[in-house]
Design a protein around this ligand. Sequence first.
Ligand SMILES: [Zn+2]
Length: 83
Amino acid sequence: MSEKKSGPVGHKPPPPVNQNQPSNVIPLSSVQCKAEGCKKKHVKASFCDEHYEWFKMGLITLEGYKAKDYDKKYSEFLRKKAG
Ligand SMILES: [Zn+2]
């Protein structure tokens, strides 16, 4: 019994080619504002200008969900905005 230790030489398979698959492609959803139902492009912290304000005011969370006391904060927000 003899064991084969090496196959035929000079016939290596070609290395995998990944040139057509750049790894830094950003999916469309990640350039969009995180806030629910918002279709704008994000500007800061994954929010559009308006929703970044909301986030700063605590109206929405970093994930784009409404805060627990959203209603209260929203009316406060509108009051401040009005001056
Ligand atoms: Zn938005």
